[in-house]
Design a binder for this molecule. Structure first.
Ligand code: FAD
Length: 372
Protein backbone atom coordinates (compact mmCIF):
# COMPACT_ATOMS: atom_id res chain seq x y z
CA UNK A 1 0.00 0.00 0.00
CA UNK A 2 1.10 3.56 -0.58
CA UNK A 3 -0.26 6.33 1.63
CA UNK A 4 0.10 9.95 0.53
CA UNK A 5 0.52 12.07 3.68
CA UNK A 6 1.98 11.07 7.02
CA UNK A 7 -0.26 13.16 9.31
CA UNK A 8 -2.80 11.73 11.70
CA UNK A 9 -4.94 9.92 9.12
CA UNK A 10 -1.96 8.65 7.13
CA UNK A 11 -0.10 7.30 10.14
CA UNK A 12 -3.18 5.72 11.73
CA UNK A 13 -4.13 4.03 8.44
CA UNK A 14 -0.55 2.80 8.11
CA UNK A 15 -0.62 1.46 11.65
CA UNK A 16 -3.93 -0.35 11.15
CA UNK A 17 -2.74 -1.87 7.86
CA UNK A 18 0.63 -2.91 9.24
CA UNK A 19 -1.06 -4.63 12.21
CA UNK A 20 -2.96 -6.68 9.63
CA UNK A 21 0.38 -7.68 8.10
CA UNK A 22 0.54 -5.48 4.99
CA UNK A 23 3.58 -3.76 3.59
CA UNK A 24 3.06 0.01 3.71
CA UNK A 25 4.94 3.03 2.42
CA UNK A 26 4.07 6.58 3.54
CA UNK A 27 5.10 9.48 1.31
CA UNK A 28 5.18 12.73 3.32
CA UNK A 29 5.99 16.14 1.91
CA UNK A 30 7.32 17.76 5.10
CA UNK A 31 10.60 16.98 6.76
CA UNK A 32 9.46 17.35 10.34
CA UNK A 33 6.68 19.36 11.99
CA UNK A 34 7.47 20.79 15.42
CA UNK A 35 4.06 22.46 15.65
CA UNK A 36 0.81 21.10 14.26
CA UNK A 37 -2.08 23.59 14.20
CA UNK A 38 -4.64 21.53 16.12
CA UNK A 39 -6.09 21.99 19.60
CA UNK A 40 -5.90 18.25 20.23
CA UNK A 41 -9.34 17.68 21.77
CA UNK A 42 -10.62 14.15 21.28
CA UNK A 43 -13.21 11.79 22.66
CA UNK A 44 -11.52 9.13 24.78
CA UNK A 45 -13.84 6.57 23.18
CA UNK A 46 -11.69 6.89 20.04
CA UNK A 47 -9.05 4.74 21.68
CA UNK A 48 -11.01 1.78 20.39
CA UNK A 49 -10.18 2.70 16.79
CA UNK A 50 -6.45 2.44 17.45
CA UNK A 51 -4.40 -0.71 17.95
CA UNK A 52 -2.11 0.87 20.56
CA UNK A 53 -2.34 2.51 23.94
CA UNK A 54 -2.19 6.29 23.52
CA UNK A 55 -2.12 7.35 27.15
CA UNK A 56 1.44 8.71 26.91
CA UNK A 57 0.27 11.44 24.56
CA UNK A 58 -2.57 12.68 26.79
CA UNK A 59 -1.79 16.11 28.20
CA UNK A 60 -5.04 16.75 29.99
CA UNK A 61 -8.21 14.88 30.99
CA UNK A 62 -11.17 17.22 30.83
CA UNK A 63 -13.76 17.42 33.60
CA UNK A 64 -15.65 20.58 32.59
CA UNK A 65 -16.54 22.39 29.41
CA UNK A 66 -17.11 26.13 29.74
CA UNK A 67 -19.10 28.24 27.31
CA UNK A 68 -19.14 32.03 27.24
CA UNK A 69 -20.79 34.78 25.28
CA UNK A 70 -18.36 37.72 24.92
CA UNK A 71 -16.52 36.67 28.07
CA UNK A 72 -19.69 36.64 30.20
CA UNK A 73 -22.91 34.65 30.49
CA UNK A 74 -21.09 31.50 31.62
CA UNK A 75 -22.43 28.02 31.14
CA UNK A 76 -20.51 25.00 32.40
CA UNK A 77 -21.03 21.42 31.31
CA UNK A 78 -19.89 18.76 33.69
CA UNK A 79 -18.18 15.84 31.99
CA UNK A 80 -18.84 13.36 34.71
CA UNK A 81 -17.75 9.76 34.52
CA UNK A 82 -14.62 8.35 33.05
CA UNK A 83 -12.98 11.57 31.73
CA UNK A 84 -14.53 11.11 28.29
CA UNK A 85 -12.67 14.03 26.66
CA UNK A 86 -8.89 14.23 26.38
CA UNK A 87 -6.42 16.79 25.11
CA UNK A 88 -3.50 15.30 23.26
CA UNK A 89 -0.47 17.10 21.90
CA UNK A 90 -0.67 16.41 18.20
CA UNK A 91 3.07 16.44 17.56
CA UNK A 92 3.47 13.75 20.23
CA UNK A 93 0.38 11.80 19.22
CA UNK A 94 1.23 11.65 15.51
CA UNK A 95 4.81 10.65 16.35
CA UNK A 96 3.56 7.88 18.65
CA UNK A 97 1.47 6.44 15.81
CA UNK A 98 4.31 6.78 13.32
CA UNK A 99 6.86 5.17 15.66
CA UNK A 100 4.59 2.20 16.29
CA UNK A 101 3.94 1.90 12.54
CA UNK A 102 7.66 1.90 11.79
CA UNK A 103 8.18 -0.75 14.48
CA UNK A 104 5.60 -2.77 12.54
CA UNK A 105 7.56 -2.43 9.33
CA UNK A 106 5.98 0.67 7.77
CA UNK A 107 8.40 2.77 5.74
CA UNK A 108 8.19 6.52 5.49
CA UNK A 109 10.01 8.72 3.01
CA UNK A 110 10.21 12.46 3.68
CA UNK A 111 10.40 15.16 2.49
CA UNK A 112 9.15 13.86 -0.85
CA UNK A 113 6.33 14.99 -3.13
CA UNK A 114 4.32 12.78 -5.44
CA UNK A 115 4.56 14.05 -9.01
CA UNK A 116 2.50 11.63 -11.03
CA UNK A 117 0.20 8.66 -10.43
CA UNK A 118 -0.78 6.28 -13.20
CA UNK A 119 -2.48 2.92 -13.42
CA UNK A 120 -0.44 0.10 -15.00
CA UNK A 121 -1.33 -3.59 -15.06
CA UNK A 122 -3.93 -3.11 -12.33
CA UNK A 123 -1.37 -1.46 -10.03
CA UNK A 124 -0.62 2.15 -9.07
CA UNK A 125 2.61 3.59 -10.33
CA UNK A 126 3.67 6.57 -8.24
CA UNK A 127 6.44 8.86 -9.45
CA UNK A 128 8.01 11.12 -6.82
CA UNK A 129 10.31 14.11 -6.69
CA UNK A 130 13.11 11.85 -5.46
CA UNK A 131 12.90 10.30 -8.95
CA UNK A 132 11.89 6.93 -7.58
CA UNK A 133 8.83 5.08 -8.83
CA UNK A 134 6.79 3.10 -6.33
CA UNK A 135 4.29 0.40 -7.27
CA UNK A 136 1.33 -0.34 -5.04
CA UNK A 137 -1.81 -2.44 -4.99
CA UNK A 138 -3.93 0.12 -3.11
CA UNK A 139 -3.59 3.85 -2.67
CA UNK A 140 -4.66 5.88 0.37
CA UNK A 141 -5.05 9.64 -0.02
CA UNK A 142 -4.29 11.25 3.35
CA UNK A 143 -2.86 14.59 2.31
CA UNK A 144 -5.09 16.70 4.55
CA UNK A 145 -7.22 19.79 4.04
CA UNK A 146 -5.17 21.15 1.14
CA UNK A 147 -5.38 17.78 -0.59
CA UNK A 148 -4.30 17.74 -4.20
CA UNK A 149 -5.04 14.09 -4.81
CA UNK A 150 -8.63 13.86 -3.53
CA UNK A 151 -9.76 16.11 -6.39
CA UNK A 152 -7.60 14.25 -8.89
CA UNK A 153 -9.34 10.96 -8.03
CA UNK A 154 -12.78 12.66 -7.66
CA UNK A 155 -13.05 11.69 -4.00
CA UNK A 156 -15.29 13.81 -1.76
CA UNK A 157 -17.17 16.97 -2.75
CA UNK A 158 -16.36 18.55 -6.13
CA UNK A 159 -16.38 21.93 -4.46
CA UNK A 160 -14.93 21.47 -1.01
CA UNK A 161 -16.00 23.85 1.75
CA UNK A 162 -13.51 25.36 4.14
CA UNK A 163 -13.52 26.86 7.62
CA UNK A 164 -10.91 29.54 8.19
CA UNK A 165 -8.85 29.05 11.32
CA UNK A 166 -6.08 30.73 13.24
CA UNK A 167 -4.16 28.87 15.89
CA UNK A 168 -1.51 29.70 18.41
CA UNK A 169 0.07 28.22 21.50
CA UNK A 170 0.85 30.34 24.56
CA UNK A 171 3.08 29.36 27.46
CA UNK A 172 1.09 28.97 30.68
CA UNK A 173 -2.64 28.36 31.00
CA UNK A 174 -3.93 31.89 31.66
CA UNK A 175 -7.11 31.51 33.68
CA UNK A 176 -8.07 28.16 32.15
CA UNK A 177 -7.87 25.31 34.68
CA UNK A 178 -5.89 22.28 33.58
CA UNK A 179 -9.00 20.10 33.32
CA UNK A 180 -11.30 22.56 31.54
CA UNK A 181 -11.84 23.50 27.90
CA UNK A 182 -13.48 26.78 27.01
CA UNK A 183 -15.59 27.76 24.00
CA UNK A 184 -15.92 31.52 23.53
CA UNK A 185 -18.78 32.77 21.34
CA UNK A 186 -19.77 36.26 20.27
CA UNK A 187 -16.40 37.77 19.39
CA UNK A 188 -15.79 35.85 16.18
CA UNK A 189 -18.23 36.42 13.37
CA UNK A 190 -19.67 33.17 11.96
CA UNK A 191 -17.63 31.09 14.37
CA UNK A 192 -16.06 30.89 17.79
CA UNK A 193 -12.79 30.69 19.71
CA UNK A 194 -11.49 27.89 21.90
CA UNK A 195 -8.88 27.34 24.58
CA UNK A 196 -7.65 23.79 25.20
CA UNK A 197 -5.04 23.18 27.93
CA UNK A 198 -1.86 21.18 27.49
CA UNK A 199 0.43 20.43 30.45
CA UNK A 200 2.24 23.76 30.39
CA UNK A 201 0.69 25.73 27.58
CA UNK A 202 -2.63 26.61 26.04
CA UNK A 203 -3.80 25.81 22.52
CA UNK A 204 -5.89 28.73 21.34
CA UNK A 205 -7.89 28.67 18.15
CA UNK A 206 -10.29 30.90 16.26
CA UNK A 207 -12.50 29.59 13.52
CA UNK A 208 -15.19 30.84 11.14
CA UNK A 209 -17.41 28.23 9.59
CA UNK A 210 -19.80 29.87 7.15
CA UNK A 211 -19.75 32.71 4.59
CA UNK A 212 -15.97 32.40 4.30
CA UNK A 213 -15.58 34.70 7.32
CA UNK A 214 -12.18 36.26 7.94
CA UNK A 215 -10.14 36.41 11.11
CA UNK A 216 -7.76 39.25 10.42
CA UNK A 217 -8.99 41.71 13.03
CA UNK A 218 -6.08 41.82 15.47
CA UNK A 219 -7.99 43.84 18.08
CA UNK A 220 -10.71 41.22 18.28
CA UNK A 221 -8.18 38.41 18.33
CA UNK A 222 -6.32 40.09 21.20
CA UNK A 223 -9.59 40.58 23.06
CA UNK A 224 -10.24 36.85 22.77
CA UNK A 225 -6.77 35.98 24.04
CA UNK A 226 -7.18 38.41 26.95
CA UNK A 227 -10.51 36.77 27.80
CA UNK A 228 -8.56 33.54 28.39
CA UNK A 229 -6.55 35.30 31.11
CA UNK A 230 -3.42 36.59 29.33
CA UNK A 231 -2.43 40.25 29.80
CA UNK A 232 0.97 40.48 28.32
CA UNK A 233 1.59 38.26 25.36
CA UNK A 234 3.29 38.02 22.05
CA UNK A 235 2.39 35.25 19.69
CA UNK A 236 2.89 33.73 16.29
CA UNK A 237 -0.19 32.49 14.51
CA UNK A 238 -0.78 29.88 11.87
CA UNK A 239 -3.66 30.30 9.45
CA UNK A 240 -5.18 27.14 8.09
CA UNK A 241 -8.14 26.38 5.89
CA UNK A 242 -9.89 23.33 7.20
CA UNK A 243 -11.81 21.21 4.70
CA UNK A 244 -15.17 20.57 6.36
CA UNK A 245 -17.91 18.06 5.67
CA UNK A 246 -20.01 19.17 2.73
CA UNK A 247 -22.46 16.46 1.80
CA UNK A 248 -22.29 12.77 1.06
CA UNK A 249 -19.98 11.86 -1.80
CA UNK A 250 -18.00 8.77 -2.78
CA UNK A 251 -14.67 8.78 -0.96
CA UNK A 252 -13.40 5.69 -2.68
CA UNK A 253 -12.65 4.70 -6.25
CA UNK A 254 -11.20 1.54 -7.72
CA UNK A 255 -8.41 0.57 -5.29
CA UNK A 256 -8.11 4.11 -4.00
CA UNK A 257 -9.72 5.88 -1.05
CA UNK A 258 -9.41 9.10 0.94
CA UNK A 259 -9.21 9.39 4.73
CA UNK A 260 -9.45 12.25 7.25
CA UNK A 261 -9.42 15.85 6.07
CA UNK A 262 -8.63 14.85 2.49
CA UNK A 263 -12.04 13.12 2.48
CA UNK A 264 -13.76 16.29 3.82
CA UNK A 265 -14.82 14.67 7.06
CA UNK A 266 -14.18 17.49 9.52
CA UNK A 267 -17.17 18.51 11.65
CA UNK A 268 -18.65 21.73 10.14
CA UNK A 269 -19.94 22.93 13.53
CA UNK A 270 -17.04 22.34 15.95
CA UNK A 271 -14.05 21.58 13.66
CA UNK A 272 -13.65 18.13 15.14
CA UNK A 273 -11.36 16.25 12.80
CA UNK A 274 -9.43 13.79 14.96
CA UNK A 275 -12.41 11.52 15.47
CA UNK A 276 -13.30 11.17 11.76
CA UNK A 277 -9.62 10.75 10.93
CA UNK A 278 -9.35 7.78 13.28
CA UNK A 279 -12.70 6.31 12.25
CA UNK A 280 -11.93 6.60 8.53
CA UNK A 281 -8.44 5.16 8.98
CA UNK A 282 -9.86 2.20 10.84
CA UNK A 283 -12.51 1.41 8.21
CA UNK A 284 -10.09 2.12 5.35
CA UNK A 285 -7.73 -0.58 6.64
CA UNK A 286 -10.62 -2.95 7.33
CA UNK A 287 -12.11 -2.58 3.84
CA UNK A 288 -8.75 -2.88 2.05
CA UNK A 289 -8.08 -6.02 4.07
CA UNK A 290 -11.50 -7.48 3.19
CA UNK A 291 -10.95 -6.65 -0.47
CA UNK A 292 -7.61 -8.44 -0.53
CA UNK A 293 -9.09 -11.39 1.31
CA UNK A 294 -11.76 -11.63 -1.41
CA UNK A 295 -14.60 -11.00 1.05
CA UNK A 296 -15.75 -7.90 -0.85
CA UNK A 297 -15.27 -6.97 -4.52
CA UNK A 298 -14.51 -3.29 -4.18
CA UNK A 299 -14.10 -0.45 -1.67
CA UNK A 300 -17.66 0.90 -1.96
CA UNK A 301 -18.39 -0.47 1.49
CA UNK A 302 -15.87 2.04 2.85
CA UNK A 303 -17.88 5.06 1.64
CA UNK A 304 -21.04 3.44 3.03
CA UNK A 305 -19.51 2.78 6.44
CA UNK A 306 -18.17 6.31 6.81
CA UNK A 307 -21.47 7.75 5.76
CA UNK A 308 -23.34 5.63 8.32
CA UNK A 309 -20.86 6.15 11.13
CA UNK A 310 -20.10 9.81 10.56
CA UNK A 311 -21.79 11.44 7.55
CA UNK A 312 -25.34 11.14 8.87
CA UNK A 313 -24.41 13.03 12.00
CA UNK A 314 -22.46 15.63 9.99
CA UNK A 315 -25.47 16.35 7.78
CA UNK A 316 -27.18 17.60 10.95
CA UNK A 317 -23.98 19.27 12.17
CA UNK A 318 -23.93 21.31 8.98
CA UNK A 319 -27.57 22.36 9.37
CA UNK A 320 -26.97 23.33 12.99
CA UNK A 321 -23.87 25.34 11.97
CA UNK A 322 -25.75 27.21 9.28
CA UNK A 323 -28.42 28.38 11.71
CA UNK A 324 -26.23 28.80 14.78
CA UNK A 325 -23.50 30.90 13.16
CA UNK A 326 -25.98 33.04 11.26
CA UNK A 327 -27.92 33.91 14.42
CA UNK A 328 -25.30 33.30 17.09
CA UNK A 329 -26.91 35.29 19.91
CA UNK A 330 -30.18 33.42 19.57
CA UNK A 331 -28.19 30.24 19.00
CA UNK A 332 -26.34 30.77 22.26
CA UNK A 333 -29.54 31.51 24.19
CA UNK A 334 -31.47 28.57 22.76
CA UNK A 335 -28.67 26.14 22.02
CA UNK A 336 -26.23 26.59 24.88
CA UNK A 337 -28.21 28.21 27.70
CA UNK A 338 -31.03 25.68 27.54
CA UNK A 339 -31.01 23.62 30.68
CA UNK A 340 -30.16 20.33 29.03
CA UNK A 341 -27.85 21.78 26.37
CA UNK A 342 -24.50 21.60 28.25
CA UNK A 343 -25.05 17.93 28.92
CA UNK A 344 -25.92 17.29 25.28
CA UNK A 345 -22.86 19.17 24.03
CA UNK A 346 -20.71 17.19 26.46
CA UNK A 347 -22.26 14.01 25.07
CA UNK A 348 -21.45 15.14 21.53
CA UNK A 349 -17.83 15.88 22.42
CA UNK A 350 -17.41 12.56 24.18
CA UNK A 351 -18.89 10.69 21.24
CA UNK A 352 -21.85 9.37 23.25
CA UNK A 353 -24.35 11.20 21.04
CA UNK A 354 -24.43 12.38 17.46
CA UNK A 355 -25.95 15.55 16.00
CA UNK A 356 -28.48 13.22 14.43
CA UNK A 357 -29.63 11.96 17.87
CA UNK A 358 -30.02 15.53 19.08
CA UNK A 359 -31.87 16.69 15.99
CA UNK A 360 -34.29 13.78 16.33
CA UNK A 361 -34.96 14.72 19.96
CA UNK A 362 -35.61 18.35 19.01
CA UNK A 363 -38.01 17.33 16.24
CA UNK A 364 -39.76 14.92 18.59
CA UNK A 365 -40.09 17.66 21.21
CA UNK A 366 -41.55 20.05 18.65
CA UNK A 367 -44.01 17.43 17.49
CA UNK A 368 -45.11 16.59 21.05
CA UNK A 369 -45.40 20.26 22.00
CA UNK A 370 -47.65 20.87 19.02
CA UNK A 371 -49.60 17.76 19.86
CA UNK A 372 -48.88 16.21 16.46
C1 FAD B 1 -6.67 25.30 14.37
C2 FAD B 1 -7.20 23.91 14.36
C3 FAD B 1 -7.61 23.30 15.54
C4 FAD B 1 -8.13 22.01 15.53
N1 FAD B 1 -8.50 21.44 16.71
C5 FAD B 1 -9.05 20.21 16.70
C6 FAD B 1 -9.46 19.58 17.92
O1 FAD B 1 -9.27 20.11 19.02
N2 FAD B 1 -10.04 18.35 17.85
C7 FAD B 1 -10.24 17.72 16.66
O2 FAD B 1 -10.81 16.63 16.65
N3 FAD B 1 -9.81 18.27 15.50
C8 FAD B 1 -9.23 19.49 15.49
N4 FAD B 1 -8.79 20.03 14.31
C9 FAD B 1 -8.89 19.24 13.07
C10 FAD B 1 -7.71 18.25 12.95
O3 FAD B 1 -6.51 18.89 13.23
C11 FAD B 1 -7.66 17.65 11.54
O4 FAD B 1 -8.93 17.17 11.21
C12 FAD B 1 -6.62 16.54 11.44
O5 FAD B 1 -5.34 17.07 11.54
C13 FAD B 1 -6.74 15.78 10.13
O6 FAD B 1 -5.67 14.88 9.99
P1 FAD B 1 -5.17 14.46 8.53
O7 FAD B 1 -4.08 13.48 8.73
O8 FAD B 1 -6.33 14.10 7.71
O9 FAD B 1 -4.56 15.80 7.94
P2 FAD B 1 -3.21 16.51 8.39
O10 FAD B 1 -3.00 16.36 9.85
O11 FAD B 1 -3.27 17.89 7.83
O12 FAD B 1 -2.07 15.67 7.65
C14 FAD B 1 -1.88 15.71 6.27
C15 FAD B 1 -0.45 15.34 6.01
O13 FAD B 1 -0.25 15.21 4.62
C16 FAD B 1 0.94 15.88 4.24
N5 FAD B 1 0.77 16.27 2.84
C17 FAD B 1 -0.01 17.25 2.33
N6 FAD B 1 0.08 17.27 0.99
C18 FAD B 1 0.93 16.27 0.64
C19 FAD B 1 1.40 15.78 -0.58
N7 FAD B 1 1.00 16.32 -1.74
N8 FAD B 1 2.26 14.75 -0.58
C20 FAD B 1 2.66 14.20 0.59
N9 FAD B 1 2.23 14.61 1.80
C21 FAD B 1 1.37 15.63 1.82
C22 FAD B 1 1.04 17.05 5.21
O14 FAD B 1 2.36 17.53 5.31
C23 FAD B 1 0.54 16.40 6.50
O15 FAD B 1 1.56 15.78 7.21
C24 FAD B 1 -8.24 21.31 14.30
C25 FAD B 1 -7.79 21.90 13.12
C26 FAD B 1 -7.28 23.18 13.15
C27 FAD B 1 -6.79 23.80 11.86
Amino acid sequence: MVIIGGGLSGSSTALNLSKKGYSVLIIEKEKFQDYIPCAGGMASSMQRFLPLDIKDSIESKIKNVEFRWKATDNVTADLTGESPFWIIKREKFDQLLLDESVRNGVQIIRPVLVEKITRKNDKWEITCTNKNIYISEFLVVADGSQSKWAGYFKLGPRKPKFANTISLRLRGLGEIPRDVVRFEFGFIKYGFAWAFPLKESLNIGLGTFINNGVLENKDINNKVIRSFGFDDFSYKTINKKLRIWNGTHPINGDKVLAVGDAASLCDPFLAEGIRPSLISSFYAAECIDQCLAGKIDDLNLYTKKINNNWGRSMAWGRRIAQVFYRFPRTGYQLGVKRKTAPKRIAQILSGEMSYEDIAKRVIKRLLTKRGI
